[in-house]
Design a protein around this ligand. Structure first.
Ligand code: GAR
Length: 207
């Protein structure tokens, strides 16, 4: 059984998709051992509590330095016995020591088709604002492993979503969540829990 630590910062709809997929059997052979938020007010924490999942809040502001926050974050995740770390809308940078400790075992969901609209400064609604400003007809979501860069790790799954002529950043964000994110993130976790994923030469191979 794969134990997952889910890191969140906000609403937690992707966390909810994972919780629901575990309970309806879309994700097999996995459990969420811990949900960590960097922010006390994250609604994701309520979702976790309602599902009976252990939660922790580690706020960078409550540590004497960024390094101390990073050490505590890794220690808490390791203490939960996590085999896999899932970033589900987690808006803090992942410490290098965590990337090393969990090489090819940290998943991120990004709300665009990488390599478009990704990297530093592209998160949440900003991604959709940029996609609309560029006038793309198709956007989507990407699940990838996390390496030392920002959104540069090996790509596991992607799903395209059409942009509508009257889309606003919010309507596009919602459609991408519904049609792509909430599907491919659980699907990726199920593939990993089923032992079907490996990384070779920075590329993901799915058996
Ligand atoms: C999601 O759209 C996720 O793809 C995005 O933040 C949102 C979190 O929503 N992540 C990023 O932009 C990461 N660069 P949620 O809290 O409802 O899951």
């Amino acid at each position: 059984m794969l134990t997952i630590a889910v890191l969140v910062s906000g609403g937690g709809t992707n966390l909810q998709a994972i919780i629901d997929a575990i309970s309806d059997g879309t994700i097999r052979n996995a459990r969420i051992g811990l949900v960590v938020s960097n922010n006390h007010g994250a609604f994701a924490l309520e979702r976790a509590k309602k599902a009976g999942i252990e939660t922790a809040v580690l706020s960078p502001k409550e540590f004497p330095s960024r390094d101390a926050f990073h050490h505590a974050l890794l220690a808490r995740v390791q203490e939960s016995g996590a085999d896999l770390v899932v970033l589900a809308g987690f808006l803090c940078t992942i410490p290098e020591e965590m990337v090393q400790a969990y090489e090819n075992r940290i998943l991120n969901i990004h709300p665009s088709l990488i390599p478009s609209f990704c990297g530093k400064g592209y998160y949440g609604l900003k991604v959709h604002e940029a996609a609309l400003a560029r006038g793309v007809r198709i956007s989507g979501a990407t699940v990838h492993f996390v390496d030392s860069g920002t959104d540069t790790g090996p790509i596991l799954l992607q799903k395209a979503v059409e942009v509508a002529p009257d889309d606003t950043p919010k309507t596009l964000q919602r459609r991408i969540m519904e049609q792509a994110e909430w599907k491919i993130l659980p699907q990726a976790i199920d593939l990993i829990a089923g032992g079907k994923v490996r990384v070779e030469n920075r590329k993901v191979i799915i058996q």
